[in-house]
Design a protein around this ligand. Sequence first.
Ligand SMILES: Nc1ncnc2c1ncn2[C@@H]1O[C@H](COP(=O)(O)OP(=O)(O)OP(=O)(O)O)[C@@H](O)[C@H]1O
Length: 587
Amino acid sequence: MDKNYKEMKLKEVFIRFKPYYKDYWFYFVLAIIGMLLTSGGTAASAYIIEPILNKIFIEKNVDLLYYMPLLVVLIYALKNLGAYMQVYYISYVGTDILRRLRELVLGNLLRLDMSFFHKYRSGELISRCTSDIGALQNIVSTIIPEILRESLTAIGLLSVVIYQSPKLAFFALVILPLAIYPLAIFAKKIKKIGRNTQEKNSDLTSRLSEIFSNIELIKASNASKNEMQKFSQTNSEVCKLSLKGIRIEALSSPLMESMGSIGFAVVIIVGGKEVIDGSLSIGSFFSFTTALFMAYTPIKRLSSLYTRLQNAVAASERTFYLTDLEPQIKGGDEKLTENIQNIHFKNVSLSYQKDKMVLKNVNFSFNKGEILALVGSSGGGKSSIINLLMYFFEKDSGEILINQKDINSFDIVSLRENISLVTQNIYIFNDTIAQNIAYAKEYNETRVIEVLKQANAYDFVQELGGIHTELKEHGKNLSGGQKQRIAIARALYKNPQILIFDEATSALDNESEKAIVKTIESLKKDRLILIIAHRLSTIENADKIAVLDKGKIVSIGNDTYLMKHCEIYQKLKQKAQKTDKVKENEN
Ligand SMILES: Nc1ncnc2c1ncn2[C@@H]1O[C@H](COP(=O)(O)OP(=O)(O)OP(=O)(O)O)[C@@H](O)[C@H]1O
């Protein structure tokens, strides 16, 4: 993924989470009660050592001998009830925020333009929607609550420490600020490593996604070893980075403890002297040292949580980058509900990349009841015209008019509602044939059967086991021609005003293709139909044929006209006839 995302500070990340926190205030209250119980219980368990030692063991108070153990049990019961409450309620909040964030990210990604999806690898996007958001969940359900709990516990225990002996507390704690400086450096490093790790992780997912979607090629080319090598390299890089992070994280705790031991050594000397002098009771000294020991644990954990937090900030940057992206193509407000009579391209130019024009001043128009065919050599710009008509991309200049109104005045959803597109890539979902046909539309079984028949697909569907037969992902249990017929049936099911076929019949045998072309021709009365086909026999009867060459329309007319007046068309036709003959001989 590019590095366009804005680096965020911890504070900014917290601010971004604020709306979520508001929605879960009740759960937070319960979790905070739990935290207070845990921290209070921990501090009380350290404090209670003083009366136990002084009153029971030194003063030999028999009454307290029975009350104190009861109190100990009560303190631990409350402390553990608190522990349960905070873990459950905070995890609830974290998990639910994760669910909402995933939907927010995917929801926003689905709004984005096609150019975005052309720019990023699908594995990268999958990684954003899974591992990055997982890291964010870590912030909400682990890191923040732990920071809160450990801080409260540390405050509680330090209060006991200071209460029992402010002088000793000074010697024990003066060391703390000295440990903060190296920790701050560690945190910065961890944040950087976190960013790189997430990037490498998405490389890893992309690799996997590429391997599984190209598995046929990999096997046919005996490239497993090659792919394994490439994977191992990325895998090792991920591993190295993780270890680097772990090394720094693992250093922070021992560093804190070593510093603490110096403080503790001083405490033994100073405190020991006071106990020997009699200015400090043994109970207070033990209560002090217990609280001090106990306080080092939350302080140590706080330092490692802080470094982990930096890691999560890196993941937040990328997630919020995706939720903030805005589509460039927004369309207008007008719903396209009218009867479409005419489509007009007026001096339309397009470049996907700067200074690389793929369409140059393209002009053509066609009306309801007509079939327009686009022909021309590969890379001439035929599919690009469709990309513009679908409003997948924004033109550089010119006008695309529907009923004389610019396409960008129409609401995009309503525009696409009126168009069915069948492309060279056939999309089949892991669902029944019927659901694949009625895709995203209201289900009507009679209509499903009707369009399957129109697409010359009903017979093979019956052979497969009927319309409720499950299709595999990418239509792996179908032949190329069968897939195309399913896609055509899906396009017809929608019953749109504009039908677009981009090499939609290329995998069909001559007979099936002829049958489908006949169906398409019978549908043209109430529609505008646009066909791209390399096999020119498919479009011979089109009302208009536009010949494209290097992004320009060189001629428009019907077959008879072009055979007389367009040299490029004549050549294309000769070439097509030769290929058709070779194919016939092969059959
Ligand atoms: N998303 C894209 N980003 C950048 N360049 C693109 C993109 N899509 C197409 N192109 C370029 O635009 C030019 C026209 O491509 P287009 O797909 O429109 O041609 P075509 O006539 O449909 O080709 P074919 O008959 O081979 O399908 C080509 O040079 C291609 O490399």
